[in-house]
Design a protein around this ligand. Structure first.
Ligand SMILES: [Zn+2]
Ligand SMILES: [Zn+2]
Length: 373
């Protein structure tokens, strides 16, 4: 009898994990993250090893430089194949660093100074900053680059994918659906609904959730590691999500992140928690056709630190998306979209969102109690 109980205790959680292979970890708010998820002074992502390269410059040869070249290759700064990379700090790397520094508003030293390294290791979107050699941020712009919308006078930093793809004019009422295997709760789905509203407020598009994942225009899923599109996720932090240009509609998030779905996330900056809505608003920008922007306050800036929440469209985002789709007739011209998070504080007293790891722990505990009962 005890053997059967023990068997069930051990096998059931394992079976559940097989049924939902991509189940991500969600926390209703920052205070619901258990202490053992807060990992100060411990390497949080694969990119933290780049800290060892501080002060490197052209002519050096140091372990880890080949990995940094892989990083710059992934985001479009070095176009050659990763298979050829050495640990030599060569001209290609120096050029990549200078371009990166320009894109992220850093001093263009070509060296791995501390400011540059701290930017490099920040969690970020998996979409490249430079696509097919076409630079989409500062380095691809001239000082005379200006928007074609007459009533905006600021220099535009927004960017589009090569070829400026957008959803066609006969597809302005878009549908979206969630990967069924993720079994997302209504609380998590509501985060995406709020994120879509940020964009539909300023452009004449609508977004409606439907059940059919296969027929939806926009397909949202949490995946772990290699998930078949050539853009594998990398565990906690590092790349957080990516999305494809229109009219693909593919919108993928890293199931290994510790996603927080509401409340003030800034009170726990030492954790690996990432604000889901902030990332969702950014990725929807890609789904609609925007590339990365060098404006740090913009939604389309590529990086976001853990413990940070940024969900309001900046004027740069609005200018860019309205060039693609025009303005929503009801949009009043305010650069800040309406916040829909008034109920955040009320959520604190609600039960924590169930996630796979806690679920497994609970199942194990029940099994052990039954075993000795
Ligand atoms: Zn992005
Ligand atoms: Zn993907």
């Amino acid at each position: 009898m005890r053997f059967h109980v023990l068997f069930a205790a051990l096998i059931l959680p394992f079976s559940l994990s097989l049924l939902s292979p991509c189940s991500a970890t969600f926390f209703l708010n920052i205070s619901s993250i258990p202490p053992w998820f807060v990992i100060p002074d411990v390497t949080k992502s694969a990119w933290d090893i780049f800290q060892n390269l501080s002060g490197c410059h052209a002519g050096d040869k140091i372990d880890g430089i080949s990995k940094l070249k892989n990083y710059f290759n992934e985001f479009g700064y070095i176009p050659t194949s990763p298979a050829n990379f050495t640990d030599d700090f060569d001209d290609a790397l120096e050029s990549a660093i200078k371009t990166y520094q320009k894109n992220f508003n850093l001093n263009e030293t070509g060296q791995l100074d501390n400011d540059t390294l701290q930017q490099i290791i920040k969690p970020r979107c998996g979409n490249a900053d430079i696509v097919n050699g076409s630079t989409t941020m500062n380095s691809g712009k001239t000082s005379s680059y200006n928007t074609t919308i007459a009533h905006f006078h600021t220099v535009g930093h927004y960017a589009f994918f090569p070829g400026t793809p957008r959803w066609p004019a006969n597809m302005l009422d878009l549908t979206y659906a969630f990967l069924p295997g993720n079994s997302l709760t209504d609380d998590v789905k509501a985060v995406f609904s709020r994120a879509f509203v940020k964009w539909s407020t300023v452009i004449p598009l609508t977004f409606t959730e439907i059940d059919s994942y296969s027929t939806a225009d926009i397909r949202i899923g949490f995946f772990v590691g290699d998930h078949g599109d050539g853009e594998p996720f990398d565990g906690v932090l590092g790349t957080l999500a990516h999305a494809f240009s229109p009219p693909s509609g593919r919108f993928h998030l890293d199931g290994d992140e510790n996603w927080v779905i509401s409340g003030d996330i800034s009170s726990n900056s030492g954790s690996t928690a990432i604000d889901l809505e902030s990332v969702a608003v950014h990725e929807i920008g890609h789904v609609l056709g925007l590339g990365h922007s060098s404006v740090e306050d913009s939604i389309m800036y590529p990086t976001i630190s853990s413990g940070t929440r940024k969900v309001e469209l900046a004027s740069d985002d609005i200018e860019g998306i309205q060039i693609l789709y025009g303005s929503n007739p009801n949009y009043n011209g305010s650069s800040s979209t309406t916040s829909t998070n008034q109920s955040d504080t009320n959520d604190c007293s609600r039960p924590h969102v169930i996630h796979s790891l806690w679920g497994s722990c609970i199942m194990m505990a029940i099994g052990l109690v039954l075993l000795y009962w």
